[in-house]
Design a protein around this ligand. Structure first.
Ligand code: SAH
Ligand code: SF4
Length: 416
């Protein structure tokens, strides 16, 4: 694993870190699947698959759950209350391996970004691993983990770096939940764990990861089943134990999936609004052509469980000369009337090749004042981890979908 120091060149560092040799399945890859990230029902199925009687599976699942998600252990041998025979059977068939952290960067402000490599899945033709990014943002009273739900994104929001990377694939529920496990490993955030000494991490005794936001790579509502299962795993009180009120799913506005998200996952909702007129939002968030602002806001009003205690967050990226005028701020406030809402103004985070600039601080302050006077508190989100391209919308991995030609080459077929 490469660890970049505070002052290294902008991320990504160079091809060597991002050009892994193609793994040869069964040769250099461990053929045993990992149980890390797997749901409760998935664990029960895997136990039955290795011969644990169905009547025992429930009790054994509870034991595994505790060791994997409460204690964070990495070796079946440590499961002291599980009989030796079952431990051996488990170790023969499965591992407790985590997805590999191939790079870690620590920002001056304590933000950490991990490049995480997911092993290839069966339908990854060409057998290439997929890389995603995951960001940890410590604050005085909380630690927020920003997780990815897809490798790349099918949407093409014009101000977002991830939007320039085509969708490679959805992450599975296990791959999403495993990001929390990896973060807790890296932060020494298991009982008896040791905190890293570089960067600002909460002291031992407090939990390092208290909140999760689906604001990494991908559109979570285009991968709802996996996201909902991962939220179940993260929020289970006998394991990772993150309250659903501290898990926020951010969407560019996939309206038909709001109700299913609220009903199945009861997660908090954040909307990437960014514009108050359809004409401009069509340009910034092209999905708006399908689900325009009025439909989006109607769906917010209907979001299951929405109330003053469970507000919807509206994200608004500040783009110089594009969406940052006083009239925009006034219209924003008018549009949100009657919706239990929080507003997050996000200073635009630049990335190589973008045509946008961040609004000036005076402009952002003026905008935020109008919003503040309408009753919304402290709305500007301080950019975090900008020096390591870990801030909102700067995430992108080198994993590209293979072209048909590259796939055939990887599969050893003749290409003419
Ligand atoms: N696809 C989802 C979640 C990931 S994007 C969504 O769009 O909501 C997370 C947040 O970062 C979104 O609000 C997105 O609009 C914002 N964002 C994207 N690019 C950005 C950039 N360059 N600077 C600031 N915020 C950005
Ligand atoms: Fe995808 Fe969200 Fe980026 Fe839009 S802002 S391209 S939906 S990740």
């Amino acid at each position: 694993m490469a660890t970049a120091s505070l002052d290294t060149a902008p991320y990504p560092a160079g091809p060597a870190r991002h050009a892994p040799a193609l793994p040869v399945p069964g040769l250099d890859a461990d053929p045993r699947p990992s149980l890390v990230g797997v749901t409760r029902s998935g664990l029960a199925e895997r136990l039955v698959a290795i011969g644990v009687p169905a009547r025992e599976a429930r009790m054994r699942t509870a034991q595994l759950w505790h060791w994997i998600y409460h204690r964070g252990i990495r070796d079946f041998a440590e499961m002291t209350n599980v009989g030796r025979a079952v431990r051996h059977a488990l170790a023969d068939a499965y591992t407790l391996a985590r997805p590999e952290v191939v790079a870690e960067q620590v920002s001056r402000d304590g933000t950490r970004k991990w490049l995480i490599r997911m092993p290839p899945v069966a339908d990854d033709r060409g057998g290439r691993p997929a890389e995603i990014e995951c960001v940890y943002i410590p604050e005085s009273d909380r630690g927020t983990l920003c997780v990815s739900s897809q490798v790349g994104c099918t949407l093409t929001c014009s101000f977002c770096h991830t939007g320039t990377q085509r969708l490679v694939r959805n992450l599975s529920a296990a791959e999403i939940a495993a990001q929390v496990v990896v973060a807790r490993d890296r932060l020494g955030d298991w009982p008896g764990g040791t905190r890293p000494t570089d960067g600002l991490v909460p002291a031992a005794g407090e939990r390092a990861v208290t909140n999760v936001v689906f604001m990494g790579m991908g559109e979570p509502l285009y991968n709802l089943d996996a996201v909902a299962d991962a939220v179940d795993t993260m929020s289970d009180g006998e394991g990772l134990a993150l309250s659903r009120r501290r898990i926020t799913v951010s969407t560019s506005g996939v309206v038909p999936e709001f109700e299913p998200l609220g009903t199945r996952a009861a997660a908090m909702l954040a909307i990437s609004l960014h514009a108050v007129r359809d004409e401009l939002r069509d340009e910034l968030v092209p999905l708006n052509r399908k689900y325009p602002i009025a439909a989006l806001l109607d769906a917010c009003r209907m979001y299951p469980g929405v109330s003053n205690a469970r507000r919807i967050t509206f994200e608004y990226v500040m783009l110089k000369g594009v969406n940052d005028q006083d009239a925009d701020a006034r219209e924003l406030v008018r549009l949100l009337k009657g919706i239990p809402a929080k507003i997050n103004l996000i200073p635009f985070n630049p990335w190589p090749g973008t045509v946008y600039e961040c609004s000036s601080w005076e402009r952002i302050e003026r905008f935020s004042e109008i919003v503040f006077r309408a009753g919304y508190a402290s709305p500007v989100r301080t950019p975090r981890g900008r020096d390591i391209l870990a801030a909102c919308g700067q995430l992108k991995s080198e994993t590209e979908k293979l072209s048909a030609r590259a796939r055939m080459l990887a599969e050893g077929a003749a290409v003419v």
